[in-house]
Write a protein that binds this ligand. Sequence first.
Ligand code: 13P
Ligand code: SF4
Length: 330
Amino acid sequence: MNNITEIKESRISNPFNPGSIDYTLDLESEIKKLKKEMNAVILAHYYQESEIQDLADFIGDSLQLSQEAAKTDADVIVFAGVHFMAETAKILNPDKLVLLPDLNAGCSLAEGCPAPLLKKFMERYPDHLLISYINCSAEVKALSDIICTSSNAVKIVNQLPPEQKIIFAPDKNLGKYVMKKSGRDMVLWQGSCIVHETFSDKKITKLKFEHPDALLIAHPECEESVLSKADYIGSTSGLLKFVTESEKNKFIVATEPGIIHQMLLKSKGKIFIPAPPESNCNCNECPYMKLNTLEKLYLCMRDRKPEITMDNEIMKKALKPLQRMLDMSK
Ligand code: 13P
Ligand code: SF4
């Protein structure tokens, strides 16, 4: 057996290579080839592995990705992100094929807010409007009046009449941040992101002391104790814009470190220090986002699966609050 055959055969019998990838292939050029053949667009979130970001046609935060999905004329949307993002793309494009490299790429916020429980919760507040953070299931979107993302939540809440009562779900940290910025009271669903809650307040304070010239930048999914120390708070695209435009050279980044790839590309020579988690683990990395790999990206395009499918009624109901968000974000 020559070397190449050996590699091929060992991969084929490997249970961790379920799609039987021929590893002698140059996956990057295969993906580019498939993209042309399928008339596909690859949309990627900033938390994806850098090799996936480098292959994407568009990289963005969740608002930008849904805006891009809403206007694409590609036949196939390959979503390198998590399930709720691909679901959003499907709701906006019910007739297109939407692929997600790994269907298990979920989100702790979406999983912590099941629609039947939220429905029961809403019964306690019959005169309230439901604003849902886009990090939720299609079923929760279908129950919602308006969807928001971390980049437009304050703007959307500020457009509602002051007497309008609001339930905000599922992220309590973003909810608290919006309450502070808008000066309004809201009823909050008590969900949180397992990644953004992991940042250690103590270690960040120590880092700030060791790097007095660094600015602390944070995503609003972080806890109040971190946000209160931040020099800038924003969505992933907001954080990227801030570091690119800032005159400062050093930043402590309190969000998933996948974004540092674009920060380094867009602001050469600047220094980015990932905010550390409480324990000595990699738990500042989103385990769901990282389920997507280059191999799975290739396989989903080669096999045209796994595909995002949904109940038609749910899709129709979920489209309304999503469309409202897109209109209110202009
Ligand atoms: P952005 O909307 O800022 O991209 O955030 C999405 C997300 O899942 C953050 O954890
Ligand atoms: Fe969900 Fe948090 Fe991962 Fe974002 S980082 S996808 S909010 S689990």
